[in-house]
Design a protein around this ligand. Structure first.
Ligand code: HEM
Length: 446
């Protein structure tokens, strides 16, 4: 250890008097410095760079573990008792409704914050220069977050839970090659029942938490190993100013945690977690919708052959995983949108997605009828291959436009295309949530 590092360590650990409080402080400092390095780059502390999204997601996971363990004391994972155990918890147990509310809202918020964290990392090129592995690990974490939400959804055993999981597992069975096997394994029978509930409970409270804790620890370790979060390149002569983690980084983290705790607490007090009527397998609600974060997929299924509706997101997911290879340019790391031109591309891409997707949905709903036009062609072609190829061609056109007419470099054009794809996905999800009514017909939400 260099002399300056030794001095720093001494300053942090040993300059306080040897009483109980200072010993506790030493232990706390030690713990913090197991997660963080002793010093961090000053520019990395800017809130407007990370928006604290990785940290907020981490705190939400902590809330989920704490409240989840408390819920386990009262929850009964049997078809006969699951619903009544939640009712009992809501009405008879001190702070039961609040604990369930915090668990429910933290889980939903985690989907949003980890998605936004992905967007932030993408926009600042945080997957480049040795960070490709952590990017892939992040995608794995996002999948885990969705799996947590999906398995947790069934546990209250109310109408919402039963039918969302019935729709969700049927979506899953469309995934090529493995879909049906995974769906059968999860269901444990021909339909959602006692085995499904037991499977989901075991996966939700044992399997996923173990994998999540391991994957998160690895994710944090990689950030540290990669030299902290991404930063713009500095010239040889310029040195990035560094500050000590304690107190500079820790005080920001504590402040953000305090605000987040307050927001979740107040929200959970005033907006209780939903609980509908007891699940009734013979009485589906109309419309029967998937959980909100899968509504984009469900919307896609209304327009495309199931195989195409699953191949498209899988192709995009693979493309996103391969971004470090597809966009290797390194001189724009740590700069939002890569450049002012990239910012324009992102805005243009988002605008295009927000306009074209509703238009395409309306067109398909009320006008375009390919199976009617070509009645002898198999639907795999009319509602599968043709829309899939048209969508991929659209991506190619948008990229080509940015490169050609927009005169953007490859990396900036990818920003524009990514922005188009993500906005389209969000718009599809919003249409599914708010604009689909009985029989999944298009309706106005007001
Ligand atoms: C449970 C979900 C997640 C948690 C708790 C988490 C946590 C964190 C934290 C605390 C950081 C450092 C500070 C920051 O950038 O905010 C970070 C950085 C990072 N995360 Fe995540 N993350 C999660 C999901 C993801 C996802 C979905 C991705 C993308 C696919 C991702 C990719 C990365 C990368 C590449 C970095 C380094 C970024 C850079 O150097 O700028 N993470 N994560």
């Amino acid at each position: 250890m260099t002399e300056s590092k030794l001095k720093l360590k001494e300053k942090i650990f040993y300059t306080t008097p040897n009483d109980d409080r200072s010993r506790m402080r030493t232990v706390a400092n030690n713990l913090i410095l197991h997660i963080h390095p002793t010093k961090v780059a000053k520019p990395a502390l800017r809130f407007s760079y990370t928006w604290g999204l990785g940290g907020i997601s981490s705190v939400l996971v902590l809330f989920l573990i704490l409240t989840g363990v408390l819920l386990m004391f009262r929850y009964d994972a049997s078809v006969e008792n699951a619903y009544t155990s939640i009712q009992y918890l809501e009405t008879q147990v001190a702070f039961g409704a609040l604990i369930r509310g915090i668990h429910h809202w933290s889980a939903n918020l985690l989907v949003v914050t980890s998605f936004l964290h992905l967007i932030r990392v993408f926009l600042t090129g945080g997957y480049k220069k040795g960070r490709a592995f952590n990017w892939a690990l992040g995608l794995f974490l996002l999948t885990l977050v969705l799996a947590f939400n999906f398995t947790g959804y069934l546990l209250p055993w109310d109408q919402l839970a039963y039918w969302a999981i019935t729709v969700g597992t049927s979506l899953l069975s469309y995934v090529p090659l493995v879909g049906t096997a995974v769906s059968n394994f999860l269901l444990g029978g021909p339909e959602v029942g006692q085995t499904t509930l037991r499977n989901f409970y075991a996966i939700h409270v044992a399997v996923l938490p173990a994998i999540m804790i391991l994957a998160m620890s690895f994710h944090f370790w990689r950030v540290r190993k990669d030299g902290g979060i991404s930063q713009p390149e500095t010239g040889e002569r310029e040195r990035v100013e560094k500050v000590t983690t304690i107190p500079h980084l820790v005080q920001i983290e504590l402040a953000a945690t305090a605000v987040l705790t307050l927001v979740i607490l107040v929200w959970a007090i005033f907006v209780p977690a939903p609980l509908e009527a007891l699940a009734n397998p013979s009485h589906p609600p109309n419309p029967a919708k998937a959980a909100w974060y899968f509504m984009g997929l469900q919307e896609l299924l209304l327009h495309m052959h199931p195989l195409a509706a699953m191949l498209l997101p899988l192709t995009l997911f693979t493309g996103i995983a391969l971004l470090p290879k597809l966009d290797p340019q390194e001189d724009n790391i740590g700069i939002y949108f890569r450049s002012p031109k990239g910012r324009f591309a992102a805005l243009f891409g988002a605008l295009l997605g927000a306009i074209l997707v509703p238009l395409a949905v309306l067109l398909d709903e009320f006008w375009l009828d390919l199976p009617g036009l070509f009645p002898t062609w198999p639907t795999l072609i009319t509602t599968g291959l043709i829309p899939l190829l048209a969508t991929l061609a659209m991506f190619g056109l948008i990229y080509g436009y940015f490169r050609g007419a927009g005169k953007l470099n490859h990396s900036e054009a990818i920003v524009g295309l990514f922005s188009f794809i993500m906005t389209s996905f969000v718009v599809l999800t919003l249409i599914g949530i708010f604009f689909r009514g009985a029989n999944m017909a298009l309706v106005l939400p007001f």
